[in-house]
Write a protein that binds this ligand. Sequence first.
Ligand SMILES: [Zn+2]
Ligand SMILES: [Zn+2]
Length: 108
Amino acid sequence: MRPKSQQMLGDLFVVVWDDGHESYYPLEGLRRACPCAGCSGEPDLFGRMARGPTPVYRRESFELRSVDPIGNYALQPNWGDGHTYGIWTFDRLRELCSCEECRTTRKA
Ligand SMILES: [Zn+2]
Ligand SMILES: [Zn+2]
């Protein structure tokens, strides 16, 4: 599963997947779900816990400047407050899709 295209639309980040599915991510939700170690408190690649202080969000924190592709497996958002640590693998991004179809599939 890979994004065929992605774009910012107001306060939404829209991904069209190569299977034709479209995902709409509210920017605020996407930022709050940032998978980087600092935001999620998950261990980094080396297994270290990098739990920092609770993230402090500003208005710019929910503004998306750009999204850079990382190789062909992930996207890296560049947030308005300079936060660029979250790397969204395609699988993880797709899992965050909260459309009815995906929610139903996940429940099943
Ligand atoms: Zn983060
Ligand atoms: Zn979906």
